[in-house]
Design a protein around this ligand. Structure first.
Ligand code: FAD
Length: 365
């Protein structure tokens, strides 16, 4: 018998396993996928590190989390400076003076400000459209956000809650850096190498669905840590937690360069995908071929990948019901982006996993 059974070999499961193993505990880590890394998983194809589930850039303001991640892999510096392709051309993101000059020919920050904020912002936006227009103005909204959102969520932005989008950065400086965070980079050998190093010393079993063999697996450990969805764990007793999914279409191209940039957001409805990623540009390493992943959003049907939780009031309430159903279970903990039913960046996932490991180490000292 092991001390812990950890369900899910994603970043949360791997980080919590590391924290427990460092305190002398034994961990069995299982995943229903046939690979480790969860949604951060990467693979190396013809020398190119390919992010299998969309581009992942590690960014954080926490020196502690940054130092932690550095212990398990070598990072290369990378600044996320995505581009946006709209009907009228290719522009810089996030919205900044480069964008305003490219789109309107404006170089004066005050003129750009006036153009963006000429419309009265609604004090309490009731839908995504009102919130986005308040943040970036109607013209940028219609060119850059409307088509992208329709594709991303499969719904009219007027039918989506404002809470679904966070703050959209708007800068009146020439600064293409997408993130405000102090630390930013990408593991040189990919995220799967990072996760493999975190898991060093754990027993790992892949291709095993915990929910199909729960009672036998539970008997193998003193404590279970579950990083999957709570609705599935509770046999969908109150119904399914809705998600938006993505089809990741990765293509090999026998050419050196396809789009000259790592990440391009595709805002127009003329193309079905929301993003096009050419992986080799993350490292800048030369290779005679290239790989491009296009992300095509689709409905989540329970068999594809649950990517983005649809965090409206009803669904959050549903998740709260599941949370209270599993709360207080002896010998059981949960965590990670699926169990929490919320979008979490990787630094948040690592921080939450370290916290859980510390709590369990104190409990079973
Ligand atoms: P997951 O990676 O989902 O891992 C959970 C694991 O549990 C999975 O491997 C799953 O197979 C397994 N599992 C679930 N149920 C079972 C079961 N019943 N039995 C066995 N195994 C099970 N974050 C950033 O910081 N920067 C980025 O640039 C970034 N880009 C992103 C792009 C996209 C398109 C998406 C969707 C997310 C992005 N993220 C990014 C977020 C990042 O992917 C997550 O923070 C991270 O993957 C969450 O790790 P996790 O371990 O919580 O979940």
């Amino acid at each position: 018998m092991v001390d812990y059974l950890i369900v899910g070999a994603g970043l949360f499961g791997a980080t919590v396993a590391r924290g427990l193993m460092d305190s002398g505990k034994s961990c069995l880590v299982i995943d229903r996928r046939h690979e480790i890394g969860g949604n951060c998983a990467t693979t190396r194809l013809n020398g190119v590190v390919v992010h299998q589930y969309g581009p992942h850039i590690f960014h954080t303001n926490s020196a502690e989390i940054w130092r932690f991640a550095q212990r398990y892999c070598e990072f290369q510096a990378y600044t996320n400076t995505p581009k946006a392709r709209t009907k009228s051309g290719l522009y810089s993101l996030p919205f900044n003076m480069h964008t305003f000059e490219e789109f309107w020919g404006i170089t004066d920050p005050e003129a750009a400000r006036k153009k963006i904020y000429r419309e009265e912002a609604k004090p309490r936006p009731v839908n995504l459209e009102e919130k986005a227009v308040a943040m970036v103005g109607r013209e940028l909204y219609e060119e850059f956000i409307l088509g992208y959102t329709l594709k991303q969520w499969g719904r009219d932005p007027r039918d989506l809650p404002p809470s679904i989008i966070g703050r959209i950065p708007v800068r009146f400086t020439y600064d293409n850096n997408y993130y405000d965070h102090i630390y930013q980079g990408i593991p040189k050998d990919g995220y799967s190498a990072l996760v493999a190093n975190l898991l060093s010393g754990a027993e790992i079993l892949l291709g095993i669905d915990y929910l199909l063999d729960r009672s036998r697996l539970d008997k193998m450990a003193r404590h279970v840590i579950y990083t999957g969805s709570l609705d599935a764990l509770c046999d969908f007793r109150f119904g399914r937690l809705p998600y938006r999914s993505i089809t990741f279409d990765t293509q090999y191209m026998p050419q050196e360069n396809f789009q000259s940039h790592a990440v391009i957001n595709c805002c127009s409805l003329d193309e079905p995908h929301t993003r096009s990623t050419e992986h080799k540009h993350f490292s800048g390493k030369s290779s005679s071929c290239t790989y491009v992943t296009r992300e095509i959003p689709c409905e989540y049907d329970g068999s594809n990948i649950p990517c983005y939780p649809i965090n409206d009031h009803t669904n959050n309430e549903l998740h709260a019901k599941y949370r209270s159903l599993v709360a207080g279970r002896e010998r059981f903990s949960y965590g990670g982006r699926l169990a929490q039913y919320r979008y979490m960046d990787m630094d948040m996932v690592i921080a939450a996993a370290i916290k859980l490991a510390k709590k369990l180490n104190a409990k079973y000292a």
